[in-house]
Design a protein around this ligand. Structure first.
Ligand code: SAH
Length: 241
């Protein structure tokens, strides 16, 4: 599942600063495709100020005259809304939305729509959406800043994406990990033994111990592993003596 099949579409954004902040949010979370439907001001220096170093997202932003144009080719359309509408589509919270996005087949292009600052998405646009997403803010002050809403949505997509990378999830096994102090004992045991065996020159130790530490850190050594290694090192130590 590649995140670049997701379009973030801002419908009639009126503040160029929000466009820039949204671009930054996309880039922070690994998304790339920004669409702007009839932006009031774009390109605009305020957008570039606020995007930090996400200029390329702004440079590559696709500007359209209509929502329909921005949605061409999309198989899943999600609308974000700060309030309950008269005819709501099925509602999701951002986490459920992200799971849905991740579950889509790879060839489905996905659009996530954000409304204009003063009035949000209009009803005809919301009715084009398969799902509505509501960020569960407090009643009576439910409307987030546009770019902040983009950030929340993109963050949830990223979290879902990151957990997907671990798939398939293995059943958790009980591992009796060696503790850091036990490992420290092992490292010292190896070091002194390798010096005695003349494998390691203490005057020019180079990176051997650092490498071994890194190797064992990667391996997440458990207590049985540790005992095995200690036994092997002890056997070498005896021979050297
Ligand atoms: N006053 C408008 C909200 C505009 S905020 C209204 O009442 O609808 C600008 C946009 O940010 C919204 O259109 C929506 O896309 C997004 N947004 C803001 N708060 C949100 C929330 N709580 N849940 C989902 N989207 C939200």
């Amino acid at each position: 599942m590649m995140l670049n099949k997701i379009r973030i579409i801002l419908v009639e954004p009126s503040h160029p600063g929000n466009i820039g902040a949204a671009a930054r949010a996309l880039k922070n979370m690994g998304l790339e495709r920004l669409y702007l439907v009839k932006p009031e001001f774009f390109p605009h220096k305020q957008a570039y100020y606020r995007c930090s170093r996400a200029d390329e997202i702004l440079d590559n932003a696709i500007v359209t005259e209509t929502v329909d144009e921005a949605l061409i080719g999309c198989g899943l359309v999600i609308g974000t809304s700060a309030r309950q509408r008269v005819f709501p589509q099925p509602m999701l919270d951002p986490r459920q939305m992200a799971a849905k996005v991740m579950a889509e087949p790879d060839d489905v292009e996905i659009a996530i729509l954000f409304g204009t600052e003063h009035s949000g998405l209009d009803n005809p646009t919301l009715q084009k959406c398969h799902f509505h997403v509501f960020i569960p803010s407090v009643t009576g002050f439910s409307s987030l800043n546009l770019a902040a809403a983009v950030q929340v949505i993109c963050y949830e997509i990223r979290m879902a994406f990151l957990s997907l990378l671990n798939e398939p999830m293995l059943p958790t096994q009980k591992i009796n990990l060696a503790t850091i102090d036990e490992l420290e004992g092992l490292y010292q045991h190896i070091e002194s033994t390798m010096i005695a065996a003349k494998f390691l020159n203490p005057k020019s130790p180079r990176t051997m111990m650092a490498r071994l530490r890194r190797l064992f850190s990667r391996a997440r050594v458990d207590k049985d592993d540790l005992n095995l290694l200690r036994g092997m090192v002890a056997a070498i130590q005896n021979l050297v003596r």
